[in-house]
Design a protein around this ligand. Structure first.
Ligand code: NDP
Ligand code: OXD
Length: 318
């Protein structure tokens, strides 16, 4: 074995991921943190592929050159207060993007077509004809208009939804009304019926999905809105506010894939709402094969002297 050492600290399917990394990088030494790390191995780790590394683990690797996040988000890596100043590469991949698009489109359609209501009516053997707006009458506003937000918009547009996107810097996409920065947030919210959040978690996005923000969404047009759909990060939402907003009608419905505390505690009030759809932070899982191929490709390019892709800008925090 001539190549450098790759340390894996990944959640789920560890053995499968270990085998896939070995297949994709046959010349490199692959070590899974679970099987233990000798001092000699620790000294030669050049690359680490991690989800939420133990604080201090990465700082204790003297030969570390590059850190790979196994997710698109990097907040769980930044949670390490001793994170060494090495390039941090996030996971940007068509498989992951496709999964997120599936989830967002599904949630928008469930709320548009009032599926939860019809499920309940069916259980009650009730013929329940409700007023049904069409997609073109509903505006989906996407907060966090990056890789995933733009891909979701591209899939929602052909269904007829009206689309708007909000991000820090203004983007350009045909058919999408674009908003940027704090100054344009209220304008963005005021015309939004379904709010989709695909924001990363940073100090700036902490708790942004709160009561005050929900009250600024467009109200009074249809019974089906406004709706909150969040697959960004749980700590960007205030769950007490979501529960209260669902109770008093400030929100007509919600779909949440991410939570302040994961797994969502048994005693959370969120479990009890009929029009709140809960999924267990699996809107877009990182496929083991896609991840191994992605990291291997980046390592091969890096070792051939080419620049790394999708390196996180630490000053932005995402
Ligand atoms: P990107 O970095 O491509 O996009 C992030 C977007 O958020 C950008 O448009 C960025 O603005 C915007 N943004 C960041 N901070 C702010 C802010 N303070 N105010 C306004 N806009 C802001 O990331 P991805 O699209 O690849 O991923 C987004 C997030 O999705 C991840 O960070 C992760 O948390 C979550 N995720 C969840 C998964 C799940 O299964 N639930 C799976 C994968 C990802 P700008 O364009 O100007 O930089
Ligand atoms: C991610 C995630 O960030 O799965 O990729 O949440």
């Amino acid at each position: 074995m001539s190549g450098k050492t790759v340390l894996l600290d990944l959640k789920h399917e560890r053995q499968r991921k270990f085998e896939l990394f070995r297949q994709c990088l046959p010349d490199h030494e692959i070590i899974d943190i679970e099987t233990g790390l000798s001092d000699a191995q620790r000294d030669r780790v050049a690359y680490a592929a991690v989800w939420a590394p133990e604080p201090g683990l990465l700082a204790g690797l003297p030969s570390l050159e590059v850190i790979f996040s196994s997710g698109a988000g990097v907040d769980h890596v930044f949670a390490d207060p001793h994170l060494p100043d090495k390039p941090l590469v996030r996971f940007v991949d068509p498989d992951l993007t496709g999964r997120m698009v599936e989830w967002v489109v599904l949630q928008c359609l469930i709320h548009l077509r009032q599926q939860r209501r019809y499920d309940a009516s069916q259980r009650a053997r009730k013929w329940d004809e409700a007023f049904q707006p069409a997609a073109h009458e509903v505006t989906v506003g996407i907060m966090g208009f990056g890789e995933l937000g733009q891909a979701a918009a591209s899939a929602l547009l052909p269904l007829g939804f009206q689309l708007r996107g909000w991000s820090r810097s203004k983007k350009v996409m045909e058919g999408v009304e674009i908003f940027g920065g704090k100054d344009e947030l209220d304008g963005f919210l005021g015309g939004t019926d379904f709010l989709v959040s695909l924001l990363p978690y940073t100090t700036e996005t902490h708790g942004v999905l709160n009561r005050d923000l929900f009250s600024k969404l467009r109200h009074g047009r249809f019974d089906i809105g406004p709706v909150l759909i969040n697959a960004g990060r749980g700590k960007s939402q205030v769950e007490e506010d979501i529960a209260e907003a669902l109770r008093d009608g400030t929100l007509a419905g919600a779909s949440l894939d991410v939570f302040e505390t994961e797994p969502l505690p048994q005693d959370s009030a969120l479990w009890d709402f009929d029009n709140l759809i809960i999924t267990p932070h699996n809107a877009a899982v990182s496929d083991a094969g896609a991840l191994a191929h992605y990291v291997a490709r980046q390592i091969r390019n890096y070792e051939a002297g080419q620049p790394l892709e999708n390196v996180v800008d630490r000053s932005r925090g995402y």
